[in-house]
Design a protein around this ligand. Structure first.
Ligand code: C2E
Ligand code: CA
Ligand code: CA
Ligand code: CA
Length: 279
């Protein structure tokens, strides 16, 4: 038994060191990728459910390695966060997304919003607000066109510090959306004091809205909450027309998901927007 145990510990250790080596390797590649233009943004339209009009887009980060493999953000963003690389990478995302938003406005799609994901590490960085201001000024975008998406766990996590940071972002004229809403534990008074513009209902709860009128309880509750607090709602991960219909009936104003459009590279997004905007 001892022997077998020792064997399994050795296997475990080998497994761990392989995992660490894999991670170190990926991080090394990620640093290189950042320098070699292997990172790019894709844009996914956000739709007004009542009219089908496109009101904005979310910028999502992509990494295509030199040999053509796509690494999903769920894999490399946590790594970038642990290593601190996310601060520089997130600044690049901010700049690139602001540039794209400025370009949208110049093309005559003035009211279209750009939603940008901000990591907790990036948001907590003491230089974040300065970098945000610089990205906006350098791109020439109207601040009101930019929305920051901050996950619920981050927004609720640090008490008054977050409220103060949110206040500064709002004072600059930007919108704030709480991402993955429903997965954390929001305090209602906290939510009210944060003065956020939008709650983004997590995809898991949209998934629950299945066929034959089943599910959607949490989505319904969140919609009721948004309505009471006067906060606009957006549902992510809408894959079926039926989900869009049910959400609209629940009072959800906006939606995003494969049912409307997949995230697209900038060139495709510009064409899509020109074809789907009224103004
Ligand atoms: P998220 O912010 O919740 O983004 C939504 C994710 O759902 C995206 O995955 C999007 O492609 C996917 N999605 C959109 N519509 C549908 C649908 O109808 N069905 C399904 N099954 N999925 C849909 P993606 O692009 O892989 O991003 C995953 C996560 O990575 C994001 O979750 C976000 O947390 C993070 N992320 C992506 N880009 C950035 C970035 O620039 N900065 C930071 N900090 N995080 C990012
Ligand atoms: Ca998001
Ligand atoms: Ca989300
Ligand atoms: Ca999500």
């Amino acid at each position: 038994a001892k022997q077998a145990e020792r064997g399994s510990v050795a296997r475990y250790n080998r497994g761990v060191s392989e995992e660490i080596r894999g991670r170190v390797n990926l991080l090394h590649n990620l640093r290189g990728a950042f320098g070699a233009n292997e990172l790019f943004l894709v844009f996914q339209p956000q739709i007004e459910l009542a009219t089908g009009r496109c009101v904005g887009a979310e910028a999502l980060l992509r990494w295509r390695t030199g040999d053509g493999a796509m690494i999903p953000p769920d894999h490399f963003i946590p790594l970038a966060e642990r290593s601190g690389l996310i601060v520089a990478m997130g600044e690049w995302v901010l700049r690139r997304a602001c540039e794209e938003a400025a370009r949208m406005a110049q093309a005559g799609h003035g009211a279209v919003r750009m939603a940008i994901n901000v990591s907790v590490i990036q948001f907590r960085d003491p230089h974040f607000l300065g970098r945000l201001r610089a990205a906006i000024e350098d791109s020439g975008v109207a601040p009101g066109q930019i929305e920051l998406e901050i996950t619920e766990s981050v927004a609720m996590g640090e008490g008054d510090r977050m409220i103060e940071l949110f206040g500064r972002v709002k004072a600059m004229g930007l919108d704030i959306a709480i991402d993955d809403f429903g997965t954390g534990f929001s305090s209602l008074s906290h939510l009210q004091r944060m003065n956020v513009d939008r709650l983004k209902i997590d995809r898991a709860f949209i998934n629950d809205i299945g066929g034959a009128g089943k599910g959607g309880d949490i989505a319904g509750l969140v919609c009721g909450l948004g309505d009471r607090l006067g906060i606009e709602l957006i549902a992510e991960g809408i894959e079926q027309a039926e989900q869009a219909g049910r959400l609209q009936a629940m009072g959800c104003q906006l939606g995003q998901g494969y049912h409307f459009a997949r995230p697209m590279p900038a060139d495709d997004w510009r064409v899509w927007l020109a074809e789907h905007s009224s103004g």
